[in-house]
Design a protein around this ligand. Structure first.
Ligand code: FEO
Length: 169
């Protein structure tokens, strides 16, 4: 049985994961608008992964006999100051997600709610990967900032990213 506080925290995180998906879909749209369809593909896949994160929490809440309350999803940022800005904002976003997951985990620890702690450990590990991916991509796009050939090579590479769910682990 989840406490009211923990249930509220999980619901907030579900909503935030949907907002994350919206954010990355907006970034995909921006990339399309500057003719970087490979980068757009990267963010479309990222948006799908965020939906998986939301649904992993959603399913968990019902497994624990709680109820999900879906809220209005905030409008994401739609315009960016170039491709470096997109990745920097993505990296900042993932750092914010990590902080939110840590706060939620703190509540679960305070309440000694071990099954929620176990679930959130999956998210903590996932965030290491998410932050590392974005940090690496920020560094790469900074390196090719003034090199159109490098940018298009990277665009080709990111066009090959394929969506696969990993939330069943
Ligand atoms: Fe759901 Fe990218 O964290």
């Amino acid at each position: 049985m989840l406490s009211k506080k923990l249930l509220q925290g999980l619901n907030d995180q579900i909503n935030f994961e949907f907002y994350s998906s919206y954010t990355y879909l907006a970034m995909a749209g921006y990339c399309e608008s500057i003719d970087l369809s490979g980068f757009a593909n990267f963010f479309r896949v990222q948006a799908k992964e965020e939906l998986d994160h939301a649904m992993k929490l959603y399913d968990y809440v019902y497994q624990k006999n709680g109820s999900v309350v879906l809220e209005q999803v905030n409008k994401p940022q739609g315009d960016y100051d170039g491709i470096i800005d997109v990745f920097e904002k993505g990296y900042e976003h993932e750092q914010l997600v990590t902080r939110k997951i840590y706060e939620l985990t703190d509540i679960a620890y305070e309440e000694r709610e071990h099954s929620t702690i176990s679930l959130l450990k999956w998210f903590i590990d996932e965030q290491v990967e998410e932050e590392n991916n974005f940090n690496s991509l920020v560094k790469r796009v900074r390196r090719i900032e003034d090199n159109p050939a490098g940018l298009y090579l990277m665009d080709d590479e990111l066009a090959t990213r394929v969506y696969t769910t990993n939330t069943n682990n």
